[in-house]
Design a protein around this ligand. Structure first.
Ligand code: ATP
Length: 380
């Protein structure tokens, strides 16, 4: 059943936590609400669960309007960050709880199936305090799933786990979701978590959905500086449109730009709006799309590439990659990631360099936006 939010909104006094929201979440999808603290994602989730009364709008499941139903009458279950397990019951009884309450006398078969799904069969007789955080999280999941909800809501479910376990559980959650085929709506401030699991991600900012799409779509085609900075890192360069040229790569047109560091080009299809000559915009490029060569090798850069000059300000070694910060006349502090396959010892702080990339990897954003938006502590 499709879950639909129609004009759903919430105000607390004169503060609007969630502006009217229209969302369609197809049955069986893994949907993430992603955003920094305070953007309204938990309030949205709580309105779906029935734990928060909307100021207006509706929650629909299939054709049924469930807005007025109390939480326990909705075919929806929630898994919270604090697992809220019963400490005096063992794993088996925690999972069986919902079935017993509904009068099922012999829940054994279904509980065992559920424990197998979350790979906790051998621990069935342990109490919650005898389990690790990740194991407790699985019990909470099994307990929610055994009720066969139409929609499972997950509110920062991995928030209490350390980073390594969190990454493991992300894969687990995805596997479980694919296996049970239930719609998952997952709230998180962790962009990697959202991107690694969800089919569709709604990036929220200030009580609104800033952009909705597949993880790849959001990453490759951000439409605002907030999304460009919140999902990974983006280099944003102030530019002015000088004309257009045919694009041999992606087809269509290339927009020609002038910047403080020289000309750049970008495909017209990768601009939020249709730019005209004289318009100002921000030209964006992801750090891993940029190649870096010492200035003396500038002649090796193939023609047709976007290129800028600069000087390395910082060079860091991160195991899988080398990361550089390059000061360029085009923009301060351009980030460049270079895969750790071969290392050029000339690429050290102070070195004059040429940065170059395929123009098709450039995206265009509205120049009036805050260039720093989304670069807060929650961004990676
Ligand atoms: P976090 O990740 O920190 O939980 P969030 O994106 O889930 O953040 P919400 O919990 O939805 O954010 O809160 C959105 C905004 O609404 C916040 O500014 C919050 O302070 C405010 N808010 C939430 N609940 C209430 C309430 N009961 N009364 C007043 N303001 C509230």
């Amino acid at each position: 059943m499709t879950l639909r939010l129609s004009g759903l909104h919430k105000t607390f006094g004169d503060f609007t936590a969630v502006h009217p929201l229209d969302l369609t979440i197809p049955e069986g999808s893994f949907f993430a609400l992603l955003g920094a603290s305070g953007c309204g994602k938990t309030t949205t989730l709580r309105m779906i669960a029935g734990l928060e009364e909307p100021t207006g709008g509706a929650v629909l499941l299939g054709d049924r309007d469930i807005t007025a139903l109390p939480p326990h009458r909705r075919p929806v279950n929630t898994v919270f960050q604090s697992y809220a397990l019963f400490p005096h019951l063992d794993v088996f009884e925690n999972v069986a709880f919902g079935l017993r309450r509904r009068g099922e006398r012999d829940p054994r078969k279904r509980v065992e199936e559920m424990l197998e799904l979350v790979q906790l069969g051998p621990l069935a007789r342990r109490r919650p305090r005898q389990l690790s955080g990740g194991q407790q999280q699985r019990v909470a999941l099994a307990r929610a799933l055994i009720n066969h909800p139409r929609v499972l809501l997950l509110d920062e479910p991995l928030g209490a786990l350390d980073l390594k376990l969190r990454r493991q559980m992300q894969l687990e959650l995805k596997r479980i979701q694919l296996e049970v085929g239930i719609t998952f709506v997952h709230v998180t401030h962790d962009q990697e978590e959202a991107m690694s699991m969800a089919d569709t991600v709604a990036v929220m900012y200030g009580g609104r959905v800033e952009q909705l799409g597949t993880p790849a779509d959001l990453y490759e085609h951000p439409r605002s500086t907030f999304v460009a900075n919140f999902l990974g890192t983006s280099n944003l360069i102030r530019a002015e449109v000088t004309g257009t040229a045919p694009n041999a790569g992606e087809g269509g047109d290339l927009i020609e730009l002038s910047t403080a560091g020289g000309p750049l080009r970008l495909p017209s299809g990768r601009c939020a709006d249709e730019p005209r000559t004289g318009d100002r915009l921000l030209a964006g490029v992801r750090p891993e799309k940029i190649s870096l060569v010492p200035a003396e090798d500038a002649h090796t850069v193939p023609s047709g590439r976007n290129r800028l000059t600069g000087r390395i300000a910082l060079a860091g070694y991160l195991g899988v990659s080398h990361q550089y910060v390059v000061e360029s006349p085009a923009a301060p502090g351009l980030a460049v990631y270079r895969q750790n396959t071969e290392h050029d010892h000339r690429l050290t702080p102070g070195a004059e360099v040429v940065l170059h990339w395929n123009p098709d990897h450039t995206f265009g954003l509205d120049a009036d936006q805050d260039i720093e938006a989304g670069t807060g502590e929650a961004a990676v």
